[in-house]
Design a binder for this molecule. Sequence first.
Ligand code: SF4
Ligand code: SF4
Length: 114
Amino acid sequence: MQRRAPAADDLPECLACGACCFSSEAGYLRVFEVDAARLGADRAVVTVSVGGACYLAMKDGRCAALSVDLERGSARCTLYPRRPDVCRHLQRGSAQCRQAIARAHRPQRAAPRG
Ligand code: SF4
Ligand code: SF4
């Protein structure tokens, strides 16, 4: 039986979302040789070595390739056509995608007053 892709009509387009591109982990998304070849010269800018392995560089809690417009509240992958396989494999509408969106929209706990 053919598996159907999860319905994603209620979700933003990936190029207007970026929720799965946020993490506090330095080693969040692996970059392999096939990805590095696709990245070309940008490899030096958007990747970092963590424990001897290559990962997407994280900056301010998000992938260094994610462009965030705080005024519009939007985020866009600047590498989208050349993004690594690990990003391509995260299916829009999957459980992992929905968890990332739910996490991104979770209200921040107010800082305790001193
Ligand atoms: S896969 Fe999901 S969480 Fe990631 S950018 Fe696309 S819609 Fe957003
Ligand atoms: S390369 Fe693009 S899709 Fe992948 S984590 Fe970075 S900003 Fe997100």
